[in-house]
Ligand binder design. Structure first.
Ligand SMILES: Nc1ncnc2c1ncn2[C@@H]1O[C@H](COP(=O)(O)OP(=O)(O)OP(=O)(O)O)[C@@H](O)[C@H]1O
Length: 507
């Protein structure tokens, strides 16, 4: 199979055979061609050349209806359910053969289907009111409405907490028992080894190897196949353990921030109103010193988003004070906070972080627009050049800085935000899930960039649901529960104690 997008060759002569009734993982670096591969199978992209057969039947390719008739369903990387729909309406939307149904008939029609797949939801609930795991469950249920034989999930765990990922895997195992063949696009090696029967590795649009039986491959070997032997050698042992899940990460080497310096962030008794994105903050006290990385651990939905929003002037404060360096910014707008050195890598990169219809250089230059007086001179030529240099430094795969951000692969889009927000003038970086959706090479590059920002004297707040990476790079770890900071830890970290604090078990 070969696929081209204009001058870009996204897949080049890739051939593979996937056995029926198994769980197959497809892995590879950002831009390796994984999504393109999934889109070819689902008939969304017509290959320039190649052959495709499903269940022994040859398909011409490039036709969604043909693929669906053959039993192929794809659940996309970013969900496509309309937020204002009820679950029943969303399910009906995916079903073949329309017809007019009353709301209650729709609900009666779809509730048993949802129950049978163990998606814990009422068919009358609105999509926008559901937690992300449940939305994904509905997406999968919808994909299975038409009795799919081959279900493809494109990076299904990128939006999930570890608990959510475990639930998804349970669901996938049950589908396998029912005879459905599943192809999962994944980044995390430990997830591949936990769920898949086989793994196939793509790099730069080519097949590196696979499908290989997961039973016969270990984490180190898989890392090497994904990033190449040189990339794997360049990883230090704690990073490698955090990337592959091969050993417990406790963070042996302690790094102490210079004592006595004015904190770069000081929050005193900050409480907010309940926020659309999570519980209200309750009397949060937090200091981040220059040269310090504070990891935020916590089950998702315990105020991590509100914390980021409060520091970025988006949440409504009821009481308390926030200072960045020497400036009291409690009532200052985001622009003033950015001018004081605040940078934000937001949770939802496609919604808050990038304008997908704007060019790369426009997205990249948004930071100067956000920080400089409106009428200061901006030279597009200079910005394009700077943007080009910054994106190359981050190894973003793109053709030219004028291309739309929406045409980048998911991981490359994330890198555009990182290159913009982790610049030399940053003094306080809020990094919310900065490695989600990134391949293991890019992930270790983000960790290195965070460490080098720290050695430049930056303070960093690092939010992740992956405890291995939190332990690997944080100098201190705080735990959030119901909008409060309930515990604080220093290395070497004790995973049992952190886990207990996250779930509210007092020790
Ligand atoms: N619509 C498009 N127009 C132009 N180029 C595209 C388009 N979609 C993808 N590409 C390019 O094709 C290549 C493969 O992209 P693809 O999305 O398949 O990678 P991926 O392995 O899924 O990456 P990621 O892990 O970052 O999601 C990339 O270089 C990407 O920039």
């Amino acid at each position: 199979m070969t696929v081209r997008y204009g001058p870009v060759v996204a897949l080049c002569g890739v051939g593979a055979v996937f056995e029926r009734g198994m769980i197959h993982a497809v892995v590879g670096q950002n831009g390796a061609g994984k999504t393109t591969f999934a889109r070819v199978l689902a008939g969304l992209v017509r290959p320039a050349s190649g052959e495709l057969a499903i269940d022994g039947r040859s398909l011409p390719g490039g036709n969604v209806n043909d693929a669906r008739m053959a039993g192929v369903e794809l659940v996309h990387q970013s969900f496509a359910l309309p937020p204002s729909f009820t679950v029943a309406e969303a399910m009906q939307f995916g079903a073949a053969g329309g017809g007019m149904f009353s709301r209650s008939r729709l609900e009666k029609r779809w509730q048993p289907h949802l129950d049978a797949l163990d998606v814990k939801v009422q068919a009358r609930q609105r999509i926008r009111d559901l937690p992300v795991e449940t939305q994904q469950g509905v997406e999968i249920a919808r994909a299975l409405v038409s009795d799919a034989k081959l279900l493809i999930l494109d990076e299904p765990t990128a939006v999930l907490s570890p608990e959510g990922a475990e639930k998804l895997f349970e669901r996938v195992r049950r589908l396998k028992e029912r005879g459905v063949t599943v192809i999962l696009i994944l980044h995390k090696i430990r997830e591949v080894l936990a769920i898949a029967d086989t793994v196939t590795v793509l790099r730069g649009g080519r097949l590196v190897d696979g499908p290989l039986a997961c039973a016969g491959i270990d984490a180190d070997r898989l890392a090497e196949l994904i990033i190449g032997p040189a990339g794997a050698r360049a990883l230090n042992s704690e990073d490698k353990a955090a990337l592959t899940g091969a050993a417990a990460v406790t963070h042996a080497g302690q790094h102490d921030a210079p004592a006595g310096a004015t904190p770069i962030l000081r929050m005193r008794a900050v409480s907010t109103r309940p926020d659309p994105e999570g519980p209200a903050l309750e009397k949060v006290d937090l200091d981040i010193r220059p040269g310090e990385i504070i990891g935020v651990a916590g089950v998702e939905g315990n105020g991590q988003r509100t914390l980021v929003r409060a520091i970025s002037a988006l949440a409504d404060l009821v009481e308390g004070e926030i200072a960045i360096g020497d400036s009291d910014v409690t009532r200052a707008p985001l622009a003033a906070r950015r001018a004081a050195g605040l940078r934000v890598i937001p949770f939802e990169r496609n919604v808050e972080g990038l304008s997908l219809t704007s060019s790369l250089w426009e997205n990249w230059s948004a930071r100067s627009l956000l920080q400089m007086p409106l009428l200061s001179a901006i030279s597009p030529v200079a910005i394009r050049r700077e943007c080009d240099t910054a994106l190359k430094q981050w190894d973003v795969r793109y053709s030219e800085v004028g291309q739309r951000a929406g045409s980048l692969s998911g991981g490359n889009a994330q890198k555009v935000i990182l290159s913009r927000e982790m610049d030399e003038s940053a003094r306080l970086i809020l990094a919310a899930q900065p490695t989600r959706g990134l391949d293991i090479g890019a992930t270790s590059f983000v960790w290195e960039s965070m460490r080098s920002a720290r050695s430049r004297g930056c303070g960093l707040l690092f939010i992740s649901s992956d405890l291995d990476e939190i332990f690997d790079i944080s100098d201190r770890v705080i735990v959030m529960l119901s909008g409060r900071i309930v515990a604080q830890f220093r290395p070497p970290y004790d995973i049992t104690a952190v886990g207990a604090a996250m779930t509210g078990v007092l020790r």
